[in-house]
Each structure stands twice: as C-alpha cells, then as structure tokens.
Design a binder for this molecule. Structure first.
Ligand code: CP
Length: 308
C-alpha cells in the first residue's frame, strides 16, 4: 500500500491495512537498531521539533532517538521556558515553529484534541505523542507490535487492559487498534474507573478480576494516574493493590505464558508487584525497545507525505 497521511493523530482514523503497514515498516526499522552502525539517512535534511507540554520519559527519549537514527535535524522545545508562559497561544507558537521550515512537529499536550487542532492549521506533519486522556497512537502501536511479535497474530487474541481506563489515552488507542486487527478486548478494573459505555464499540467490560484474567493471552496494566484523580475513585492505593493489583498469586490464575505488559511509568506494588514486573511473563522492556522501531516507522512514513 501507499502511505498518504502527513499526520499521525489517532488509531481511530486508521484502517487495519494502514496499521499493519506501520507494523511491517517497524519490523524493518527494528533491524537498524540491531546493526553495529544504528543509523540510516532516511530523514536526512528533514527537521523535527519535539514539543512536550506535559512530562514524558519514554516517549520523548524514544522519539528523539528515532529521529537521530533516521538522521533528522532535531530541536527539543521546553514548554516551561517557551513563550507559552508569556501568554502566546498554542497556534501562534506552532505557526512560528513552522515558519522556520520545520517538516514535523511531535507534540504531547494535556488537552485532548490539541494535536488535531494544530494539524488542521499546519502544512508540516504532526505526530501525536499523547493528548490528555484521548489518544497515544505510538504507544498503542508499540503495544500491538509487541503482541504480534510474541504471539504471531492479533486475530482472536484475548487482551485484557486493567486499571484506570477512565483517564487512559493508552487504553483508548489500544482499543481502536486491537479491535481493527481482530483481537478481543476486555477493559477491567473497579467500576468507577471502567465505564460500561465502552461496550457500545465492542469491548467487554469486566469488574471482576478473576473473570478478566482467566482467558487473557495478554494483560496490559495501566498506571494509577494520581495527577488525573480529581475524585475518590477508590478508597486508597493499598485497597486498589489488594483488589486489582497483579502479583505472583494472580499470575497463577492466568493462562501459562500470558504476557504482562505496561506502558510505564509503573507504580511498583500498586498496579503491579515488582516480582511480576521483572519476572518471566513481563515484556515491559521489550515494549520500550519496540517503541523505537515503531516511532522510526511513523516518522519515516509521515515525513514522506509532507509537502515541500
Ligand atoms: N508510556 C508513556 O507514554 O510514558 P512517558 O509518559 O514516560 O512518555
């Protein structure tokens, strides 16, 4: 197929064929990072601005490294010391960035839809590195890439996503991608954090942990997002860990070999015990490794569609 999008904003927008094309392209780019010289000239002469208006470790470092491995020129903008602090609008800020003949803007923002908004106004490409509780497409792509790499397919695979679904852009992006590729998706956790509304798009909603774990081939755990908890969704983190945390005993209730995933950052011993996070079922660091290949693929594909 031919890639035709200058922006990557959400997996909701993509067809199964487009998602598969990104995954296949990422497989090729993964080989680059396994070479002695981990660099290709694919984005030589292109300029990428990384604009993170919300904290990030994995996504920011992964994008920056992906850009370096593709030989792009990079500018890392710090929102805290940008003119946003002086009252400049987001649109004015990114229009000024674009006036410097930038090819791509990789942006994280706390406002859902911020990247959709700027993409409509810019002729350079926009890659969404996470917007509020809305979308985190490259995280979902790397999760899906890891499942496909480990299990060989997405079709018919049972994926349980457990935790704070309500506030999770990772859950929403995984949901669209996994459903499009034929996986069975269960959202699990306390009823205050896992609304029934998701059933309308084909997700199984489950508030009973045993039930959610029994048939899972993959359990993807979500962080309890302290910064987004505006109401008491559960009595305490200790209580959450007791009823919904994954520990060695709960792994015994899963299928043998079920994959344990987590997008990070982990709240150790709250949603996931350290011995499981670092244990044989965990593919958490492989997710991080795969994120680099996925982001190289995304940057390469969208850059090819940015008009000069
Ligand atoms: N998974 C994820 O988005 O992590 P960061 O917030 O560290 O980028």
């Amino acid at each position: 197929m031919e890639w035709t999008r200058k922006d990557l904003l959400s997996l909701y927008d993509l067809s199964a064929e487009e998602i598969t094309f990104i995954l296949d392209t990422a497989e090729e780019f993964k080989k680059v990072s396994e070479r002695r010289v981990k660099k290709v000239p694919a984005l030589r002469g292109k300029t990428v601005v990384n604009f993170f208006v919300e904290p990030s470790t994995r996504t920011r470092v992964s994008f920056e490294l992906a850009e370096q491995r593709l030989s792009a020129d990079i500018v890392n903008m710090q929102a805290a010391v940008s003119s946003l602090r002086k009252g400049e609008t987001l649109l004015d800020t990114v229009r000024n960035i674009e006036a410097l003949q930038v090819d791509l803007v990789v942006m994280r923002h706390s406002a859902p839809g911020a990247q959709d908004f700027i993409a409509k106004h810019l002729s350079c490409g926009v890659v969404n590195a996470g917007d509020g509780a809305h979308s985190h497409p490259t995280q979902a792509l790397l999760d899906i890439f890891t499942i496909r790499e480990k299990l060989g397919t997405l079709k018919g695979v049972n994926v349980t996503i457990l935790g704070d679904i309500l506030h999770s852009r990772v859950a929403r992006s995984n949901m669209w991608g996994l459903l499009k590729l034929g996986a069975n998706v269960t959202f699990a956790g306390p009823s205050t954090l896992v609304p029934r509304e998701f059933e309308e798009v084909g997700v199984r909603v489950c508030h009973d942990l045993k039930d959610a774990l029994r048939d899972a081939d993959v359990v993807n755990l979500l962080r309890i997002q302290h910064e987004r908890q505006t109401a008491g969704f559960f009595p305490s983190t200790g209580e959450y860990a007791k009823f919904f945390g994954i520990n060695r005993e709960r792994v015994k209730e899963m299928k043998p070999g079920a994959l344990i995933m987590h997008p990070g950052p982990i709240n150790r011993d709250i949603e996931l015990s350290s011995e499981v996070a670092d244990g044989p079922n965990s593919v958490i660091l492989e997710q991080v490794t795969n994120g680099l290949a996925v982001r190289m693929a995304v940057l390469f594909l969208v850059a090819g569609c940015v008009k000069k």
